[in-house]
Design a protein around this ligand. Structure first.
Ligand code: NAD
Length: 791
């Protein structure tokens, strides 16, 4: 059966239910969002309040504001009949077995015979929940465990109940992966599933060793964050984000449900955390927990005194030195042999989590891949625990763990499972180790994964590099014969995929080759898509006074973008992560764009005191003229205004749908929720365009522009802002240059110009700015600091 879900019900409009509903609406699915009837006023009051809350939440659950309109509010007293129209129902009510059981009994008669019923429980046994359902529903019941915030956290744990049909899972998984863009991990029906079982154990491990070694919370956060590949929230900040009460409930659940776990004596809340909880200092939601803001200061709990002091403890230089060792094996060995308590903390925590992962693998997961993915996608680690272990030398680390077990240093005395000694790692080209099955398990064979040419790569896995056709230092031209041997792929090889002179040459070669020997060209880069022109080159030309050469570079940029637009074969940009400045201009001028939803796209040149001049202003002027042709507007028309607003402030769209609204993508472009699919879909799109008889557009010859009337109008507001001191004189100069380029130059309003005219105007404006010391200072500041200078 196909996985088409026409309407979905979400039960529970709390933290998770409301945000899941929002993400479903993002994915173009109408949602019916239920909660209890409100005790007074509008019976849908609880849901309506939740919907209001969604609009203020950060990070934003909705990709665009209008998505809210696709969620209908409902309550269990009035609207249960409408459940029959839903083909997927996701339950996300409070985490209490008896409440869920009662609700299941109430709604079961209203669930349509083909609908799938899923729970978002964080750890209640599916077996127990399933038992309340009528027999005929049990085969369609499963766990779909989203992580908070559901729009942004990739992980969804997918759990079969005792009677769930394999078909049901195989039908839902592709939809979760492709439509919602999630990373799906199939977990066994064990307490807390995989991510929270390991993730919470990691927190308990860090808490245990912090106390044992007498370290401070902020000191431990400095150690257990980005320095070891974990997110900035590290450990204690994360506890504050999640809430100390929530964590206490999860730990209590582990204590109750895992009495035989050898680590069970550690499943308890430390006294300092219980004291904070007792005082309702639960973390962020109550204005502070382990950390709190006092004026401009951040203070942290000093667990020795119980007082709060200024936060900001640092890593000792000798430990920092160890963490800078590039080789993972040497780094871990050095941590272990150092006497410094900070080094001891890191070694002990890593050792104990490796130990725990090995000990529980067979019980909680089908294979090690699922553990590493769960921790990467659910907790934001750069590498999963098994990967870290494997990177540091599997057997060497195993011996060190064994020695520490024998010396009584580990948190549990359980031996490492026998399989550990038989292996040299858990991830190999053929698959990942399954402790339960005693063999390597290949990746899922579901067709949806064929769309991911480069899935999240695990250490030890090989990667298909395709066949290289041509390359220079900046661009590789290649094909993926297994997907389509006649679609050429061009990929930048420069740092952050900046567009250099060599990159322009490579892209031109790509178009030439594609026109001669292939059916289409795809522009794809390992994320980020591209950050724009190579500013190092631009600055060097400015400093050497080589303005003629700089202008030739800009003209080459325009010519290359023009080749992409007017190529005889379709060109498709496959965009993910960021497409800024020149990168944005290139994608704008391809035939079609396939874009990952969560991409930042923008013409941000104003930040470096320049204007888009690789055809970016020209594209926006063309679009404005096209829109004006459809309706009678004054000059400048609203599209010029809108473009001016974002280009002059250097604002980037936060996601693909916003970029469509800003005219940086076209309404007919393909937006994908799963970034891993962009390359595959772009190749398929190029093929489809070719099959449908592609022919390049003609170069525009009579474009109506806003001219000097438009410039004067846009200038009017700018002058006021400059004279009022809201923008600097140089901001004014940059914005004015943008106004000139978007309005087609200082010519009569309503004049008809050709495309080359527009390109010449934007290039001249660029060159005028490039000669100013203020723009030079902005470029240098960006190169040195990675952020714009406001001068
Ligand atoms: P929440 O407390 O924010 O919301 C729970 C909702 O359940 C509320 O809207 C409430 O009105 C409703 N509810 C309470 N009693 C009910 C009853 N008797 N019948 C019907 N509805 C009732 O909770 P949440 O954080 O959104 O969690 C919901 C589910 O998602 C839980 O199973 C939780 O374990 C799981 N979960 C939570 C998170 C998280 O970070 N909060 C993450 C993943 C999964």
């Amino acid at each position: 059966m196909n996985s088409n879900f026409r309407r979905i019900a979400v039960l529970g409009a709390g933290v998770m239910g409301a945000q899941i509903a929002a993400h479903l609406a993002n994915a173009d699915v109408p949602v019916l969002l239920f909660d209890l009837p409100a005790p007074e006023g509008n019976p849908n009051g609880i849901v309506l309040k939740a919907l209001q809350g969604l609009q203020k939440m950060e990070p934003a659950p909705f990709v665009t504001r209008d998505r809210l309109n696709y969620i209908d509010a409902a309550n269990y007293d009035q609207h249960l009949d409408q459940l029959r129209e839903c083909d997927l129902i996701i339950e996300a009510i409070a985490e209490k077995l008896e409440l869920k059981e009662r609700l299941y009994q109430r709604i079961a008669p209203f669930i349509s015979p083909d609908a799938i019923f899923a729970t978002n429980t964080s750890g209640l046994p599916l077996a127990q929940l399933s038992a309340v359902l009528p027999e005929h529903l049990r085969n369609r019941f499963c766990g779909v465990h989203f992580f908070n915030p559901p729009r942004y956290m990739p992980l969804v744990e997918f759990i079969a109940g005792p009677q769930t049909d394999a078909d049901v899972l195989d039908r839902l998984e592709p939809w979760l992966v492709s439509r919602l863009g999630k990373g799906v991990v199939r977990a066994k029906d064990t307490p807390n599933f995989i991510a929270n079982r390991i993730g919470v154990m990691w927190m308990l491990t860090v808490i245990h060793h912090t106390e044992r070694l007498g370290l401070d919370f902020d000191e431990v956060d400095a150690l257990t964050g980005p320095k070891i590949g974990l997110p900035k929230s590290a450990t204690y900040r994360l506890l504050d984000v999640v809430g100390l009460d929530t964590i206490a409930n999860v730990i209590e659940g582990m204590r109750r449900n895992l009495p035989d776990d050898p680590w069970a004596p550690h499943f308890s809340v430390p006294a300092w955390a219980a004291a904070l909880t007792g005082r309702r200092q639960l973390g962020q939601k109550t204005g502070g927990g382990i950390y709190r803001r006092e004026g401009r200061d951040t203070k942290v709990l000093d667990h020795a005194t119980g007082d709060f002091r200024l936060a900001g403890a640092k890593i000792a230089p000798e430990v920092d030195g160890i963490l800078k060792i590039g080789d993972a094996a040497a780094r871990l060995t050095a941590l272990r042999s150092s006497d410094h308590p900070q080094a001891q903390l890191l070694w002990s925590c890593l050792r104990d989590i490796f130990h725990y992962c090995a000990a529980t693998l067979a019980e909680i997961a089908d294979c090690a891949r699922d553990v590493d993915y769960a921790i990467r996608w659910g907790y934001g680690w750069k590498q999963g625990p098994f990967e870290m272990w494997q990177a540091a030398g599997w057997q060497t680390v195993a011996s060190m763990i064994r020695e520490d077990i024998e010396a009584g240093k580990t948190m549990a005395a359980a031996p490492l499972p026998a399989w550990v000694a038989t292996r040299n790692g858990v991830h190999e080209a053929e698959g990942s180790w399954s402790a339960a099955a005693g063999r390597l398990m290949p990746r899922s064979s579901l067709p949806v994964y064929r769309r991911q040419i480069f899935p999240t790569q695990l250490l030890g896995e090989s990667r298909n590099h395709g066949d290289t056709v041509w390359e220079n230092e900046a661009v590789r031209l290649w094909t993926l014969p297994a997907v389509d041997p006649r679609i050429l792929i061009a990929s930048l090889q420069t740092k952050s995929h900046a567009v250099s002179k060599a990159a322009l040459a490579g892209l031109c070669e790509g178009v030439t080759l594609a026109e001669r020997d292939y059916d289409g060209l795809v522009l794809w880069n390992e994320p980020p898509f591209a950050v724009g022109a190579n500013l190092v080159e631009v600055l060097a030309l400015i400093d050497d006074g080589k303005f003629d050469e700089l202008e030739r570079f800009v003209a080459d940029f325009q010519r290359t973008a023009g080749l992409l637009r007017y190529s005889q074969v379709p060109t498709v940009a496959a965009v993910q992560a960021t497409a800024l400045g020149g990168g944005c201009e290139f994608q704008m001028q391809c035939t079609h764009r396939v874009v990952a939803l969560e991409s930042r796209i923008g013409l941000v040149e104003a930040g470096v005191g320049l204007i888009p001049s690789g055809g970016g202003c020209k594209e926006l002027a063309l679009r404005a003229a096209f829109l004006a042709g459809q309706q009678q507007y004054g000059e400048p028309n609203p599209a010029v205004y809108a473009a001016f607003q974002h280009v002059s402030t250097g604002k980037a769209a936060k996601n693909a749908l916003e970029a469509q609204g800003m005219g940086l993508l076209s309404p007919t472009d393909t937006v994908l929720f799963n970034a891993h699919e962009v390359l595959y879909v772009a190749i398929r799109k190029a093929r489809a365009l070719n099959e449908c008889g592609y022919r390049p557009p003609l170069r525009p010859r009579s474009v109506k522009v806003a001219g000097r009337g438009g410039i004067a109008t846009l200038d009017h507001g700018l002058v006021n802002m400059r004279d009022g001191g809201f923008i600097s004189p140089h901001d004014y100069r940059v914005a004015h240059a943008i106004a000139v380029a978007l309005c087609g130059g200082d010519i009569e309003t309503g004049s008809l110009v050709d495309e080359q005219w527009l390109l010449d105007v934007e290039r001249q404006q660029f060159m005028t700015l490039a000669r100013t010391p203020e723009s030079r200072a902005r470029i240098e500041h960006m190169l040195n600091n990675g952020k714009p200078l406001r001068n």
